[in-house]
Design a protein. Sequence first.
Length: 190
Amino acid sequence: MSNYWASEGAKILLLVAAFATLYWFSRWASRLNESSTQPLPMQLPDPPPASAQAEYPRTNIVPIDRRPQFRSSEPIDEEQLRPVHIVQLYFSQFDFESGPPDPSSFSDELFVKLYDENSGYDWTQSFFVATPRGLDEMLQRESWDYAYTDRVFFVRKYDPKIIRQAVVEQLLSTQEKPSPPKEPDRDAYV
């Protein structure tokens, strides 16, 4: 009987030690992230000649903020996506240009077909677009308590220009240019 308690006691002690270590590590990582005041360096273009400007201004990148982004309707130059082009935008339940039957109440998946002119690849990314009323109606219709999606845009009413602008801004905000999935290395299988 004492062997049983000794082995069970060791297991419990090991479990508590593992939990304490995990807790300590998460607190340490959290503090490290919060106390990091050193901004990430940004790759700068070649500086202008010394004669043109005495001191080249330093630019810093602020770490990515994973909180929801609330945007105004500032025009965004779609040419910044180059060499990637938006080929087509379409919703699963209605046409992108004509929009939903009720522009103030809709929720649907948006598909964005992209093309990379350098590689010749084309691929599709998807987003979820909804108005607050449309999202509420969808939750009631489906009898869901909640819904979850990684890429979601909320708009006040359906406007294809604003939705396209939100897609472009989302694609530009990623650290790297949107790119198609990589092909497997064919030499690795030989």
